[in-house]
Design a protein around this ligand. Structure first.
Ligand code: THU
Length: 142
């Protein structure tokens, strides 16, 4: 269970990460903050590319940063995003690829996804709700 303060901090860090968004093509700026079970928070932003397909989403940036630093146990992620020119934010939901990448490392019914417009205004899901009947590492076990 996340406390209200933990959720607010995650959202704050996702907003901070969004400041680093490199999105000159879509102008859709996304930030994510991934909470590890040991308390560490990994920030990520979307990173676009002139060739388009190499673009990396904010959520995956956060996951890849964490895993590449040896951290693989996570409890929650906050995601914020929207077109840069829009004054009022919308909820940004993780794309299908990011849901699947998260699923690799978490128990879907226990992992919390917070889609926020501000520290006070957010929607909360489990990964299981966003990616039901998912395919994961257990399927490949002998
Ligand atoms: N994007 C994310 O960063 N996360 C998502 O889950 C959805 C999409 C980014 C990718 C691209 O830079 C921009 O948003 C528009 O698709």
């Amino acid at each position: 269970m996340l406390t209200e303060e933990q959720k607010r901090q995650l959202i704050r860090e996702a907003l901070e990460a969004r400041e680093h968004s490199y999105s000159p093509y879509s102008k859709y700026r996304v930030g994510a903050a991934l909470l590890a079970e040991d308390g560490r928070i990994f920030q990520g932003c979307n990173i676009e590319n002139a060739a388009y397909t190499p673009t990396n989403c904010a959520e995956r940036t956060a996951v890849f940063k964490a895993v590449s630093e040896g951290c693989r146990v996570f409890s929650a992620i906050a995601v914020v995003g929207g077109k840069e020119e829009k004054p009022t934010g919308e909820y940004a939901y993780p794309c299908g690829v990011c849901r699947q990448v998260l699923r690799e490392f978490v128990e879907p019914s226990a992992f919390v996804v917070i889609c926020a417009r501000s520290e006070e205004d957010y929607r909360e899901f489990t990964l299981d709700e966003l990616l039901p009947e998912s395919f994961g590492p257990a399927q490949l076990k002998d």
